[in-house]
Every structure is written in C-alpha cells, then in structure tokens.
Design a protein around this ligand. Structure first.
Ligand SMILES: Nc1ncnc2c1ncn2[C@@H]1O[C@H](COP(=O)(O)OP(=O)(O)OP(=O)(O)O)[C@@H](O)[C@H]1O
Length: 444
C-alpha cells in the first residue's frame, strides 16, 4: 500500500537559521516526486523530516492523511536510500536484503522475498557476494534491494546516484524509474541534477534557500517556470538571461531594449505581450532558451521572429548539434544562488576580459542595429541586477544550431529570435511573460 505525504507549512530551524521555510507540498499515493535544487537549499532536510530523522520546528507532516510529526521513524513504514550505500560489510547481498525482513519477523525464512527483490533489481548473481566484492553501481542496487524488500509505503532516496560515474548513473536512473513504477510506491527523490530530476519525476519540486519555488510536471516546469531561478535551473544549456527594459510608447510598436539592440514585439501584439505594457520603462529580465534563437538573415524571418545580430565568440561542436556563444552587446542578468552551484554551461575555458577585435566588431554591429532603433539613454539602463553582480565575461547569448551551420569565431551572424518563446521576468524575478496563471493584484 502506498500512502500520501503531506507537508503543511513545514519549517526547520537550526539555531537562528532556517534550513527549510514554510514548505507546503502534497505527494499523492504512488507519485514519484523529485526535490531539486542547489547544494544547501534544504532538500535533504525535507526528506529527513519525512523520515523522522529530523524534528519539524514548525508546521505539520501527514502520512496517509494521519498526523505523523511525532511518530517514531521505525513506525512510519518508510524506507530510505542514501548517497553512500549503507550496507553491512560483513553480510552478503542475500543477508543484507533479508536483514530488515528478519528484524520484522525473525522466525520466518525470507528466501522467496529476497529472490523476488533480487530479480527485480537484476542482482540474482550477486546474492553470495560481500559489499567489498561489488562495484559501486552493484552496491547501490543492493542498498535499494534492502530498502524495498519489506515493501514500504513510502520510499525516500537521497542522491542515490551521485557517487557513480555518468554512464552507470544513466543506466541506474532508468532502472530506478522502472522499479518504482513496478512497486507503485510513493517516492521522494532528492537530487541537484536537473537532467536526472526531469527524466525521473512525475513532478519536480524546485527549492531555493529553504523555500519551495514551484512543483510541476517536468514539461510544465520547463515551459512555464514560475520565476527566473526555476527557468535558469532547468534546461541545458541554461536559458539566456539578459537585462532589458520594456519600451512601450503610446504611439509606436512595443519593444524590449537589450542594451545596444532591441527586440521589436510583432504586431498585432499577443495578449501576453500586451500585458507587458504596464512595465513601460522598467527593468526586466529577458529569457531566451537556446532553441528560441536561430541563425538567419532578416529576410528569412518567419511571423513572430525578430532580427538581431551577434559576434561569434566560441563554438562548441557536440556532434549532433553545435552551441554557438555570441556577443550581442547585451548584459547577462545574474541569478544569485545559481552562479556558484551550477556553472554556466560549457562556456569553455575562462577567458580574459573582452578582446579588442570584439569591441571593433561589436561597434560595427551596434552602429547598424542602433541606427534602426535609437539606443536607450543611460537613464533607461536596467537596474535589475546590481552592478557588482554584473558579469564581464564575454558572450551573452548561446544558441543551439544544427551541425550543418559553419560559423567562424569573430564573424558577425544575423539572428532570428522566436518571440513566441520569449520569457520576461520582473525585477523581483517573477515570470510576467507568458502571463502567470494567477495574475498578481494591481497596486494603484
Ligand atoms: N545539523 C545541522 N545543523 C546546522 N545546520 C544544518 C544541519 N543540517 C543541515 N544544515 C544546514 O541546512 C541547510 C540545508 O541543508 P540540506 O542538507 O538540507 O541541503 P541540501 O539541499 O540537501 O544540500 P546538498 O545537496 O548539499 O546535500 C544548509 O545550509 C545546511 O548547512
């Protein structure tokens, strides 16, 4: 039987510091929920509170609809697997898997249950081995076997794959998805690896600094991130985030100023774009996923695409695709918490400050583009990101392209931006385009 897990306004405080703040979240019976976030955001603490290994400072936990905050860990019918495979070194696989069963019922022979579990995990040929005689991946399978052998109603996994190499991680990830689906048990899985989270979870709950940011199915998380942090944490390469200013004159087309270039919003305006009008003159963060920008001249623009230009700074050939790093003369918006935990994707080796040829080339691009769209004056420069956090790294935009595109470092390329895939976040980081499902009240 699997049970629902419900956290109601749950907080955890260590001394004066909150590790988890007012998290409310329900995991439905049989659901696979992934807790995702950077190191130190409180994921493991949430898991440990569900398991009863940490007391809840404020709020309430319910298991299967029953208050459980004060229930002893061993009475919660929960199994947990940690990053480090907690196996008894002197016990064989068979004995390790049988151990929790023997604890519950010492008088019975549990061989059938052990065999069923071993078959499910494809470790039947390891039953007589000791942990020291197995690889990391095999040991982690045995640890899972031990956790699931007594068929818990809730299964908690804390970064179970993080100490394994990439190939094994990919393989075991698929195995975990299969096993959990087969068991049909309510599962909470902690990771800081967004690809792992997106591929495993029925829903992914993103945390930052102890606070739950959004809990949604993976597709929704990617397509409709609630805020700039979620947008940036999910997706590889990371979404391009640029400082911008909304330009919405009463008598002309609306646009987003990106420093030296401007994205003109296509007419007639979509409802989402119309709603940006109230941000006139305000600094915003413009988000463009790498697949929302393509190389192409203005003459090839499809409806809904806007033309800009950029200088190629770095090209990553990945075989099936090419990532092109460009300098468009915009400023990258920096999202605190992300920069240290997840480095900008494959931006290549650290480079010195902008090279002279880039300045010359940018001057050429900008003199063309700016003449089309009167550059914003200093008063219009966005202040969304404090100057001390602004990055001086060259290259502000990454686009994903087919391997057939051959671009030259230092070359100027025309770009087409799909404005149907445009994201805009306000100065607090909340998504305002596409408009949020629940619009905030207007303050007059
Ligand atoms: N026993 C403790 N005493 C004091 N602070 C703690 C304790 N345990 C955790 N913390 C703090 O609580 C915060 C959340 O920790 P937690 O382990 O839940 O984060 P996490 O998201 O799981 O990180 P990681 O991915 O690195 O494991 C961190 O700032 C951590 O330093």
């Amino acid at each position: 039987m699997s049970r629902a897990i419900e956290l109601r306004e749950v907080s955890k405080r260590y001394g004066d510091t909150y590790a988890v703040r007012r998290v409310s979240l329900t995991v439905e019976p049989g659901e696979f929920l992934v807790l995702l976030g950077p190191s130190g955001c409180g994921k493991s603490t949430v898991l440990r509170m569900i398991a009863g290994l940490e007391d809840i400072t404020e709020g309430e936990l319910l298991l299967g609809g029953e208050p459980a905050s004060d229930v002893l860990p061993r009475e919660r019918d929960i199994a947990m697997v940690f990053q480090s495979f907690a196996l008894y070194p002197s016990m064989t696989t068979r004995e390790n898997i049988a151990f929790p069963l023997r604890l519950r019922d010492p008088s019975t022979d549990h061989d059938d249950e052990v065999r069923t579990t071993a078959r499910m995990l494809a470790i039947e040929d390891l039953l007589e081995r000791l942990p020291a005689q197995m690889s990391g991946g095999e040991r982690q399978r045995v640890a899972m076997g031990r956790a699931i052998s007594r068929r818990p109603s809730v299964f908690l996994l804390d970064e179970p794959l993080s100490s394994l190499d990439a190939k094994l991680r990919g393989h075991l990830r698929a195995e975990i998805a299969r096993i959990v689906a087969e068991l049909g048990v309510t599962t909470v899985y902690v990771t800081h690896d967004q690809a792992e989270a997106m591929s495993l979870g029925d829903r992914v709950a993103v945390m930052r600094d102890g606070v739950l940011q959004q809990a949604s199915p993976p597709r929704e998380l990617y397509a409709r991130p609630a805020n700039v942090f979620v947008a940036a944490f999910v997706g590889t390469p990371r979404i391009n985030l640029l400082e911008g200013v909304v330009h919405a004159p009463l008598d002309g087309p609306m646009a987003l100023d990106l420093g030296r270039q401007r994205l003109c919003l296509p007419q007639p305006l979509t409802t989402d774009h119309q709603l940006l009008r109230i941000q006139q003159g305000r600094p915003v963060i413009v988000g463009l996923r790498p697949e929302a920008v393509r190389i192409g001249p203005p003459s090839q623009a499809r409806p809904g695409e806007a033309a800009i230009g950029g200088i190629v700074e770095h090209v990553e050939y990945l075989g099936h695709e090419v990532l092109v790093h460009l300098n468009t003369g915009s400023r990258r918006a920096v999202v605190p918490d992300l920069e240290s935990s997840r480095p900008a994707v494959d931006a290549g080796p650290a480079r010195p400050a902008r090279r002279p040829w880039i300045d010359r080339a940018l001057h050429r691009v900008n003199s063309v583009v700016v003449s089309r769209s009167s550059a914003p004056g200093p008063a219009q420069q966005p202040a969304a990101v404090p100057p001390e956090r602004r990055t001086t790294a060259a290259g502000d935009l990454v686009l994903r392209s087919g391997p057939e595109h051959r671009v030259r470092v230092g070359g100027h390329v025309p770009l087409l931006v799909d404005l149907e895939r445009l994201y805009v976040f306000d100065h607090t980081g909340l998504r305002i385009c596409p408009a949020p499902d629940r619009m905030p009240a207007l303050h007059t």
